[in-house]
Design a protein around this ligand. Structure first.
Ligand SMILES: Cc1cc2nc3c(=O)[nH]c(=O)nc-3n(C[C@H](O)[C@H](O)[C@H](O)COP(=O)(O)OP(=O)(O)OC[C@H]3O[C@@H](n4cnc5c(N)ncnc54)[C@H](O)[C@@H]3O)c2cc1C
Length: 451
C-alpha cells in the first residue's frame, strides 16, 4: 500500500499563516517534491494584509494593492483553499470549511483532514455594548476598512463644502477616534495630515475648521511603546490641535452624536473604533483549550496544550513570554506573530523528522509609530527618537518587514513617487456601489446615500 503524504493544514492567511506556510515550503522542499508532504492554506481572502501599512493606505501614501500580499503567488508549493474554517474535530482530525459557494448557512461544510494543524485566524475588533456603536462605528483592521475610511473622510469634506446647514457642516468636519493604541493614533495622525492637505482644494474649508478628537479610557496613549513615547506622541498630537481626552470613555453615539463620559457631546458623522482586539470567535468551535480572553492555550513550543497535532501562534494564541518573569504572555503584535510563525514552521518540520521542537523566545527591541508624513516616534533598545528620524526608522523597519522582495520594491517605488508628486485626494467611495449607475439607468435603483 502506498503511504499517504502527511497533510499540514494552515487555517488563516495573515501574518502567521503566510510566514508559516512560506517557511514550511522552503524547509520541506525535498518532501514536497517527493510527494511525502502536502500543505494547504485555508483563508477567506486570497491575500495577506500587512496591517502596519493600513494607516498609510488610509492617508493615500500607499495604494491598497501594495499593502496586501497575494497568497497564491507567494506560496506556489502550497494549495490555497478560499474559505472560512467554521469548526475543528480534533478527534477525527478534520477541519470544517465554509467555501464561498457554500455561503448558504444550511450548506454542508467541506471537511478537510489533517495530520498537523496550524490555527491562525488572528483577532477581531474588541467592541463594547455602547449604544449606537454597532450602527455607526467604523473599524480599522482590514484594507477594506482603511480605504472605506479614507473615502468617507474625503466625502465629509465634500458634504461640508456643499451644504448650507451649519449643523450638518460641523458634524461632517468632526472626526472622533476611540482608542489610543497604535491603530487609533496612527490612523488619526495620518488622516488628519491628509485632511489638512486636502483643504487646499476646497474653496470654503480651512484646515482649522476640522475637529479631531481622540478618546482614550486610560491615562496615556501608545501604551505599547512605554511612557516617554506616549508622552511625546500626546504633546505632538495636542500641538497639532488634536483634542486628546484621556481617562474618558465613549458613552453612546446615537443620532450622529458622540457622548463622552466627561459630559461633552460631539455631533459627528465619523466615529472610528480602535480599542484593541480579541481572539477570533471561531476558536470556541475548534475543540481547543482557551484562556479567559478566548485565546488558544499554547506551550512555549507553540503546541496547543493537551491536544495532539494542533499548533497556534499570533493574535489567536496565548503564548508564554519566556523573556519575562512569571506568567506573562506575548503581546498580540506583528513582531511576535512573524517570529512565532518561523519557530512554528521549524517545530513542525522537526516533529515530522522525529526531532524535538524548540521553545519560542523573543525579546522585543523596540517599537515605532508614524504620526503622519515626516513625523513619528520610536523606541529602539531603550532610546527614544522622534520627528523625522523616527519616521524614517518607521519606514525603513516596515520596508524590511513587509513580505517578498517584489512587494518591497513596489512600496519603495510608490514612496519615491509620492515624494516627487503631491498626494492624491480623490474619494472613490462610489467603488463600493459599482452597480448604482447602471441600476439608475435601468430605472431599478436610486443613488446610494452618503453616510
Ligand atoms: C491598523 C493596525 C496596525 C498595526 N500595526 C502594527 C505595528 O505597527 N506593529 C506590530 O507589531 N503590529 C501591528 N499590528 C498588529 C498586527 O498586525 C497583528 O498582531 C498581526 O497581524 C497578527 O497576526 P495573525 O496572523 O495572528 O493575524 P492576522 O494577520 O489578522 O491574520 C488572520 C488571518 O486569518 C484569516 N481568518 C479569519 N477567520 C478565519 C477562519 N474562520 N478561517 C480561516 N481563516 C480565517 C483572516 O482572513 C486573516 O487572513 C497592527 C494591527 C492593526 C489592525
Amino acid at each position: 500500500m502506498t503511504k499517504q503524504p502527511a497533510h499540514i493544514v494552515v487555517a488563516g492567511g495573515g501574518h502567521v499563516g503566510l510566514y508559516t506556510a512560506h517557511r514550511l515550503q522552503r524547509r520541506l522542499a525535498r518532501e514536497l517534491r517527493r510527494g511525502d508532504v502536502r500543505i494547504t492554506v485555508i483563508s477567506p481572502d486570497p491575500y495577506m494584509t500587512y496591517q502596519p501599512f493600513l494607516p498609510e493606505a488610509a492617508a493615500g501614501s500607499l495604494s491598497p494593492r501594495h499593502v496586501v500580499v497575494p497568497l497564491r503567488r507567494v506560496l506556489p508549493r502550497c494549495r490555497f483553499l478560499a474559505g472560512e474554517v467554521t469548526a475543528v474535530d480534533t478527534g477525527a482530525r478534520t477541519v470544517h470549511v465554509r467555501t464561498p459557494v457554500g455561503e448558504d448557512a444550511d450548506a454542508e461544510p467541506l471537511r478537510v483532514s489533517y495530520d498537523e494543524l496550524v490555527l491562525a485566524p488572528g483577532s477581531i475588533s474588541r467592541t463594547l455594548p455602547v449604544p449606537g456603536l454597532a450602527d455607526h462605528g467604523i473599524g480599522f483592521k482590514g484594507v477594506e476598512e482603511a480605504i472605506g475610511l479614507r473615502n468617507h473622510v474625503l466625502e465629509q469634506l465634500d458634504i461640508a463644502s456643499s451644504t448650507r446647514d451649519s449643523a450638518v457642516r460641523d458634524a461632517a468636519l468632526t472626526f472622533v477616534f476611540v482608542g489610543g493604541g497604535y491603530a487609533g493614533v496612527e490612523a488619526l495622525a495620518e488622516l488628519q495630515d491628509m485632511g489638512r492637505f486636502a483643504c487646499r482644494y476646497y474653496h470654503n474649508i480651512r484646515p482649522e475648521e476640522l475637529t479631531w478628537i481622540l478618546v482614550e479610557a486610560t491615562g496615556r496613549i501608545l501604551p505599547e511603546g512605554g511612557e516617554q513615547m506616549g508622552t511625546y506622541a500626546l504633546r505632538e498630537l495636542r500641538g497639532r490641535n488634536v483634542d486628546v481626552r484621556l481617562s474618558t470613555r465613549l458613552e453612546s453615539c446615537e443620532n450622529r452624536t458622540a457622548v463622552l463620559s466627561d459630559g461633552s457631546r460631539h455631533p459627528t458623522r465619523t466615529l472610528v473604533w480602535t480599542t484593541g482586539v480579541r481572539a477570533h470567535p471561531v476558536l470556541a468551535s475548534c475543540g481547543v483549550p482557551l484562556d479567559d480572553r478566548g485565546r488558544v492555550r499554547c506551550t512555549p513550543a507553540l503546541r496547543v496544550r493537551d491536544v495532539d497535532h494542533v499548533w497556534s501562534a499570533g493574535d489567536a494564541a496565548a503564548v508564554p513570554d519566556l523573556t519575562r518573569d512569571g506568567r506573562a504572555l506575548c503581546a498580540p503584535n506583528a513582531q511576535h506573530a512573524v517570529r512565532q510563525a518561523r519557530r512554528l514552521a521549524d517545530n513542525i518540520t522537526a516533529t515530522l523528522r522525529g526531532k524535538p521542537p524548540t521553545h519560542y523566545r523573543h525579546r522585543a527591541v523596540g517599537s515605532v509609530a508614524s504620526l503622519g508624513l515626516h513625523k513619528g516616534v520610536a523606541r529602539i533598545r531603550g532610546r527614544h527618537v522622534k520627528g523625522l528620524p523616527a519616521w524614517l526608522i518607521h519606514r525603513a523597519y516596515h520596508l524590511g518587514r513587509v513580505p517578498t522582495f517584489n512587494r518591497k520594491v513596489r512600496v519603495l517605488a510608490e514612496w519615491t513617487l509620492a515624494g516627487l508628486f503631491r498626494r492624491e485626494i480623490v474619494s472613490l467611495g462610489s467603488l463600493e456601489h459599482p452597480r448604482a449607475e447602471f441600476e439608475l439607468a435601468a430605472g431599478t435603483g436610486r443613488p446610494p446615500e452618503r453616510t
